[in-house]
Design a protein around this ligand. Structure first.
Ligand code: ZN
Length: 299
């Protein structure tokens, strides 16, 4: 599924990378082998590779074309980035820009970039290497970024500091993928409730990172929620209490996931997570006190 519509808004999926990532017991905090085993068949092969025993993950961005505005949501890991503590996303050489072009968009066509949160795999294509320095990839765009993540991840500002895992895997990220955008005068720092355009609003859903944001999209009575990493994998729809190893505030991340899944179920919104395989989108259905996913949703 590479294209769908939300009312009048046309959405294009731009894939950057896919592959096996880590065993579920390593990604999920609170992992229970028995509970996982109940879903293994459902998750194979789109979300789980039984040969390696690892989860499948995707890096993918979304272009929302309203007709008057082209919004790029999340920018993957980027090319040429030095990531000594996250080699799987280091020095990538993908044809992301070629795939963007194949979908009908040149980098200069993008009016707005939105990053769901400031993590290494969501800000990478904010910049690209030009003659040895990092330049904004989307030179005509405003870059909308969550201010609560600036205050947490900018090594020149933060007083709290991220956890050890976050510090390692995001090493160098701010300076090569965020600061050049700020220095170019392209960054717009926003907080809860920022309206990108009428019908598209950014709402604070903290926990995974302090600035984690869900983009609510509504058009012609259709709803979608671009949730970033609030939900990494469909197992977390069955088990909203399973955090990823990359959630900074464990208790808040669990509570936010429960809230967001409830919102998606009650508004019948299409759930658009950052890393899902399969159809790459889902719907959420209430099931007793919890939830279950519909991984082949009607669009
Ligand atoms: Zn991510």
């Amino acid at each position: 599924m590479n294209h769908f519509s939300i009312g009048d808004i046309r959405v294009h999926r731009i894939e950057e990378w896919c592959g096996t990532f880590s065993p579920p017991s390593e990604l999920f905090q609170g992992f229970q082998a028995d509970a996982w085993g109940q879903h293994t068949e459902e998750f194979t092969p789109d979300y789980f590779d039984p040969v390696s025993g690892k989860l499948y993950a995707f890096l993918q961005s979304w272009v929302l074309d309203t007709g008057s505005e082209r919004i790029l949501f999340d920018t993957g890991a980027g090319n040429d980035k030095d990531r000594p503590d996250l080699p799987i996303f280091g020095n990538l050489q993908t044809d992301f820009i070629g795939r963007l072009s194949a979908a009908g968009f040149q980098p200069e066509d993008i009016d707005t970039v939105v990053c769901s949160h400031i993590h290494v795999d969501h800000v990478g294509w904010n910049t690209r290497l030009v003659d040895g320095s990092w330049e904004p990839t989307f030179r005509n765009a405003r870059y909308i970024l969550p201010v609560r993540d600036r205050d947490y991840w900018d090594p020149q500002i933060t007083t709290v500091g991220p956890g050890l895992v976050g510090t390692l895997v995001n090493g160098g990220m701010y300076d090569d993928s965020v600061r050049p955008v700020v220095d170019a005068g392209r960054a717009v720092w926003v907080d809860d409730g920022f309206e990108v355009v009428p019908g598209i609003t950014l709402n604070a859903r903290p926990g995974h990172t302090p600035g984690s944001t869900v983009m609510h999209v509504s058009s012609q009575s259709s709803n979608a929620m671009f949730v970033g990493d609030v939900v990494h994998h469909p197992a977390q729809i069955y088990h909203f209490e399973w955090n990823s190893a990359f959630c900074e505030d464990a208790d808040q991340a669990r509570e936010t996931r429960r809230l967001v899944l409830g919102e998606a179920a009650d508004s019948e919104a299409l759930l658009v997570p950052a890393h899902f395989g399969g159809a790459h989108v889902a719907r959420v259905v209430r099931d007793g006190a919890g939830f279950r996913p519909d991984l082949s949703p009607s669009l």
